[in-house]
Design a protein around this ligand. Structure first.
Ligand SMILES: [Zn+2]
Length: 427
């Protein structure tokens, strides 16, 4: 918590746009959504804004309008066009950045839907999108203007009922997590309700959510699909569903994603939301989670409790996978000589910016692996192997929900990161 608030404090002094008063100067209490296409391959990329949506109420924080960290691969910066003052920023990631590192993505051009929310501006603003490659080299992708009086916006249309699963506070004082079901037909109505409650209890019984209940809201959209089940292209199974989620994203069998991101947010508009969790009606193991973008989980099988909190670790905490033995599509995800942005992995290039201040005195860096039976197994360290690489990338613990299939077992670094996020949304 210390680190995030020091950073926030720096913004207070540098920029001055971090109070509810500033919010009221520049923004209304509605949401503006920018819907665009991210186009390119491993060597080139571009961004084309397609349309704007005047969304529902603004559920994000009004106290800290400038992003306190840059865990994401993309940043939206919003400037007041008259004063040129930075009045809002958002850091987030996307599927496109992962696609670029796959074998196919290195050469083949693809186009992916993305969108980002911001509070609805009162006056004309300049929108600047910047992407960061794996070496953290920035590229300006787009600069455009939005005039609230003349720029055309698609209005929000309400379609679905919302189910309150846990309400800890009003939307502006808590993180608003929104569950959206996919692959539940009308005949699955009972299952849908049961699953939404079940998944909410998985989240609320896991640390740090269970200790910070008043800073968390969970709601569900009661949206039904034409057909029951989820598309599995590799098994020739195709389903007509509310969100058209599909396995085999980026040619990885268990990677379950939602290509129709614009439609996803239209469905989400029926409730306040800061984070979207898609619950898929499927028996096949799978999921996926991208920082400040969305995450998916499946509803059957042995591990859905673990999968939802793991994927939400990616989604809201910007946490990296700490494992390094499973099959993944991405290659050389953490380049040598570059400190990763994710808070729970390090290449030791800039370990000071990570969990160095949390290490017990005398801990060797790197830390030798500890046996399950030894007391060191539960201690914080700097263990080699993490972020899909057995060598050169280090993780904070021998066991963590971001590493193994272990429910309610975030390591101290991951837990602290999630606590900071819940604090941020509750201010
Ligand atoms: Zn961890």
């Amino acid at each position: 918590m210390k680190k995030i608030f020091c950073t926030l404090l720096a913004y207070v002094f540098c920029l001055g746009v971090t109070s509810a008063q500033d919010f009221n100067t520049y923004f209304t209490d509605r949401t503006l959504r920018i819907n665009y296409l991210h186009i390119g391959n491993g060597t080139e990329e571009s961004l084309e804004i397609d349309h704007y949506t005047a969304g529902g109420i603004w559920s994000g924080t009004r106290a800290y309008l400038i992003e306190p960290n840059n865990y994401g691969d993309l940043t939206l910066e919003v400037f007041d066009s008259l004063s040129n003052k930075l009045i809002y920023s958002r850091s987030y990631s996307n599927l496109f950045i992962e696609y670029r590192t796959t074998e196919r993505g290195k050469t083949e051009i693809d186009s992916m839907e993305e969108c980002v929310n911001m509070p609805f501006p009162k006056n004309t603003v300049r929108l600047k999108f910047t992407s960061f490659d794996r070496n953290r080299k920035p590229t300006t992708l787009s600069i455009s203007y939005f005039n609230p009086k003349t720029t055309e916006c698609t209005p929000v249309v309400k379609y679905y009922k919302t189910l309150n699963l846990h309400v800890g506070n009003k939307p502006s004082k808590a993180i608003d997590i929104l569950f959206i079901p996919d692959g539940y037909a009308q005949s699955d109505k009972k299952l849908l309700k049961y699953d939404m409650k079940r998944f909410a209890s998985y989240v609320m019984n896991c640390s740090p959510y269970k200790e910070m209940k008043k800073k968390v809201n969970i709601r569900a959209i009661m949206g039904f699909s034409e057909e029951s089940g989820i598309t599995q292209p590799q098994n020739n199974i195709y389903r007509n569903t509310l969100l058209n989620c599909t396995y085999n994203a980026l040619d990885l069998d268990r990677y379950l994603m939602c290509p129709g991101v614009w439609n996803l947010h239209e469905v989400a508009d029926d409730a306040p939301y800061d984070a979207i969790v898609i619950i898929c009606n499927s028996e096949k193991y799978g999921g996926g989670g991208i920082y400040n973008f969305y995450c998916t989980v499946y509803n059957h099988g042995e591990y859905p409790d673990y999968v939802i909190v793991h994927e939400m670790g990616h989604l809201i905490g910007g946490l990296a996978d700490e494992y390094y033995t499973s099959e993944v599509s991405v290659q050389d995800f953490y380049p040598e000589g570059v400190e990763p942005v994710e808070p729970n992995v390090t290449t030791l290039v800039d370990f000071k910016s990570k969990w160095q201040d949390m290490l017990p005195a005398g801990t060797p860096v790197p830390t030798p692996p500890a046996k399950k039976s030894s007391p060191e197994y539960d201690q914080l360290g700097v263990f080699e192997g993490g972020g899909y690489a057995a060598k050169g990338v280090y993780r904070p613990a021998m066991h963590c929900t971001m590493h193994q299939i272990r429910y309610d077992d975030f390591c101290p670094v991951c837990k602290k990161t999630l606590e900071d996020v819940l604090e941020y949304y509750s201010k």
